[in-house]
Design a protein around this ligand. Structure first.
Ligand code: FAD
Length: 385
């Protein structure tokens, strides 16, 4: 497996880095402080084509793959995780279910504008009572007069409530199986549908400039053809979507760790104590050396999962490896950067607290670290639950 970037991939990386440095880095602290969703920046990223990277050209995409998306996610998260997750959730959770399982009509109507960067899409699986365990889903959808009538609540949903948000695809119980388990299906609900409402954004620890809300459905009616994929296949489809999303979260984690290392390194070379730069102390320099090594390992795991996916080969185990290792590294990297910065690292005027606050969710969203270990252990043949 060759991980060398092609000329086009190097050019993509350079373009996104330039954009991130010029458009995102100077404003990220302000967006974070004030909880501003960066609408214009997200539109500009859409104009660059990033929302359509892995989608076919006939649906407004660039016809590239998970590998190119990983390159973009790393570069964005290197300067700001809120912008990165807005892109990642839009592509991997908003667009992917339709790209993977939607009808031709659904792809033209919902995927194409998302891929062109005109609208944002969301995916709503988590509820107040369940996240890791989809069988805990309580939201229901019953059939009535050629419609689905939806009732329930979704928690912590990304990208559903912005000015650009056009739809959310949800998991809903559409019946019971003969074995007594819930039959779960995916149904697309356009924004503005009567009975569908979203609450104010949550007050989160991090990702302050990303849109996260609770969604409510009360006798919310959507046409029967808003079913995405097969009836009853919603849980399987959701897990397939998540496998892909995990590569994006892994790439974000690498990016956050790179940003933290770069800041810590620059500070350690410049800050003096006891008459010399603090980087001259092995205790500081070795911390940075370990991060450099672990970032390389995390990036290679991420690239491997992306390459497997792009080659149409099984990649769930490798995506779990990448997500688990990289997200836990991101937390360690932010912690190490704060330690290197000393007291200034604890002050919000420095960029370190934003990275520190943004890192933790990477070990929780799109499958917690424990769920990644479950996935890997099952691939090893362990009957673990
Ligand atoms: C900012 C943010 C954005 C999000 N965006 C979205 C989104 O766009 N769409 C969406 O659907 N969801 C979204 N989520 C939800 C997120 O995916 C869930 O929070 C996550 O999957 C965990 O689910 P939970 O919170 O219900 O935790 P739980 O499932 O209740 O788990 C709680 C704890 O128990 C552990 N645990 C559970 N089961 C096991 C087990 N079998 N073995 C060992 N440990 C176990 C977990 O690892 C965790 O540590 C978002 C969350 C946040 C905070």
């Amino acid at each position: 497996m060759d991980f060398e970037l092609t000329e086009d991939q190097r050019a993509l990386k350079a373009t996104i880095r330039e954009f991130a440095e010029a458009e995102v880095a100077p404003r990220a602290a302000e967006w974070d402080r004030q909880g501003i969703f960066p609408l214009e920046t997200i539109r500009k990223l859409g104009d660059l084509g990033v929302m359509g990277i892995p989608f076919p050209e006939e649906y407004g995409g660039l016809g590239q793959g998970s590998f190119e998306l990983a390159i973009v996610m790393e570069e964005l998260a290197r300067v700001d995780s809120s912008v990165a997750i807005t892109v990642g959730a839009n592509v991997s959770l908003g667009g992917a279910p339709i790209a993977l399982f939607g009808t031709e009509e659904q792809k033209q109507r919902w995927l194409a504008p998302l891929a062109r960067g005109e609208v944002l899409g969301a995916f709503g699986a988590t509820e107040p009572g369940c996240g890791s365990d989809l069988q805990g889903t309580r939201t229901t959808a019953r059939e009535e007069d050629d419609h689905w009538v939806i009732n329930g609540t979704k928690a912590f949903i990304t990208n559903a409530g912005t000015e650009m948000s056009a739809f959310v695809t949800i998991t809903a119980v559409t019946g019971m199986r003969p074995d007594g388990r819930r039959e779960i299906s995916n149904i697309l609900v356009p924004n503005g549908t009567p009975g569908y409402s979203s609450a104010r954004p949550y007050h989160k620890l991090g990702w302050h400039a990303s849109d996260t809300r609770e969604l409510s459905f009360e006798e919310c009616r959507v046409p029967r053809d808003h079913l995405v994929g097969q009836r009853g296949a919603g849980a399987r489809q959701f897990l397939a979507v998540l496998d892909g999303g995990r590569i994006g979260v892994a790439a974000m984690s690498v990016g956050l760790a790179v940003g933290a290392l770069e800041m810590a390194l620059a500070y350690a070379k410049e800050r003096t104590a006891f008459g010399r730069p603090i980087a001259s102390n092995q205790a500081v320099a070795f911390k940075l050396a370990d991060l450099d090594m672990e970032i390389e390992a995390a990036r290679l795991l991420t690239y491997k999962a992306a390459k497997l996916r792009d080659a149409g080969r099984p990649f769930a185990r490798e995506a779990a490896h990448a997500k688990l290792f990289a997200s836990e590294l991101a937390v360690r990297a932010a912690d190490a950067a704060m330690q290197v910065f000393g007291g200034f690292g604890y002050i919000e005027e420095s960029p370190i607290p934003r990275f520190y606050r943004d890192a933790k969710i990477l070990t929780i969203g799109e499958g917690t670290s424990e769920i990644q270990r479950l996935v890997i252990a099952r691939h090893l043949g362990c009957q673990v639950s």
